[in-house]
Design a protein around this ligand. Structure first.
Ligand code: NCD
Ligand code: ZN
Length: 345
């Protein structure tokens, strides 16, 4: 007997769409199921000014398949030179929804990120004043800190001091990967939320490293121990309003992933809703899926939930292609390692 679930149309609160040919290839994979997405600004060069965000938004809208209703929610990439007036004007006009903080060198295309957090303090204060949320890539870049500890150390050394120094600043901890992240969010107040990716609910660090190195499971923040994955599963399926979906779907061509210095990023846009339905079903929490994908995010950002609905139906295994073809080369889809029985329509 087929089983189905109808929920409000989901949003993706952390998405990499890239630009040019890659944008044209990956955007339909998101706009098929999702109504809105927070668009990451880590292009080369990054999206730093309101004018750059407006131009990028226009390129996204021009690449949107006819008939798809999708709204890109733009962000600015915070640098030590960010102009607070430009940021405030972009926020007031509705052009941007949030600002993204990358510690310099933390991840793909983050060279222009912040090195000295004191230098962005005035901008953060302005953001708190105008109610513009800060999306944070929460990893320290100190070479002395083990890569598996970088999130926990960031919370202690950087995030907590920023939040104490800037009361009222709304912060989204992006793509949390540890129980430390979960606990910090739960201990916080209503100004704090967190996104969780699809892939971090499915893989732990063994998936990357056991039985040969699996470049398509390598992303940043890197997946951690099983106990952390289980903490993320509990958080996502709890229905608690502070946790919402941010896929961090981050396409790189196979040539760049299957490389002696492979890029970080999992491409999950195509099969995310199918995987999530299965994950929530496994945890007897299908009744919480809508909160995670469609309700908690808008509530945090002060936006209405979508009126449109999406139906997920369980049946024979869904036959997703293993790769998405782009004119830049193939991009491998994230493989959860088991057959997927839910599909969205
Ligand atoms: C992202 C990318 O490829 O842009 N990669 C990733 O592993 N998530 C950058 C990021 O969000 O860290
Ligand atoms: Zn990302």
């Amino acid at each position: 007997m087929s089983q189905s679930l109808t929920i409000r149309r989901p949003d993706d609160w952390h998405l990499h769409l890239r630009d040019g040919a890659m944008l044209r290839a990956v955007l339909p994979e998101t706009s098929r199921d999702f109504a809105r997405a927070i668009i990451m600004p880590n292009l080369v060069p990054p999206v730093v000014t309101g004018a750059e965000a407006a131009a990028y938004r226009d390129r996204i809208l021009a690449a949107l398949p006819a008939g798809d209703a999708f709204t890109p929610l733009m962000t600015l990439y915070l640098t030590e030179d960010t102009d607070a007036d430009d940021l405030a004007a972009a926020h007031a006009s509705g052009l941007i929804t949030a600002v993204k903080l990358y510690p310099a060198g933390a991840t793909t295309n983050s060279a222009s990120g912040v090195q000295d957090f004191d230098r962005v303090r005035p901008v953060l204060e302005r953001m708190a004043e105008i109610g513009c949320p800060l999306c944070v890539h929460g990893e320290v870049t100190d070479p002395a800190v083990d890569i598996f500890d970088r999130e926990a150390v960031f919370i202690e050394r950087v995030l907590d001091p920023i939040r104490r120094a800037t009361p009222g600043l709304r912060v989204v901890m992006e793509h949390i990967t540890t129980s430390n992240g979960v606990d910090y969010v739960l201990a916080g107040d209503d100004t704090l939320g967190a996104t969780i990716t699809t892939h971090h609910l499915v893989i732990n660090r063994n998936h990357i490293l056991v039985g040969g190195i699996k470049p398509h499971y390598y992303c940043l923040p890197v997946a951690k121990r099983e106990e952390h994955r289980l903490a993320l599963r509990r958080a996502a399926t709890s229905g608690k309003s502070r946790f919402f979906l941010g896929t961090d779907s981050a396409p790189h061509t196979d040539a760049l992933k299957e490389n002696s210095c492979g890029c970080a990023g999992c491409f999950t846009a195509t099969n995310t809703m199918s995987i999530l339905a299965q994950v929530f079903e496994q945890d007897n929490a299908l009744d919480q899926l809508e909160a995670f994908t469609s309700l908690n995010g808008p509530a945090f950002y002060g936006l209405p939930a979508n009126d449109a609905m999406i139906t997920l139906t369980k049946g024979a295994p869904a036959d997703y292609p293993s790769k998405l073809d782009t004119t830049d080369g193939p991009v491998t889809l994230f493989d959860p390692g088991y057959a997927l029985h839910w599909r969205a329509s």
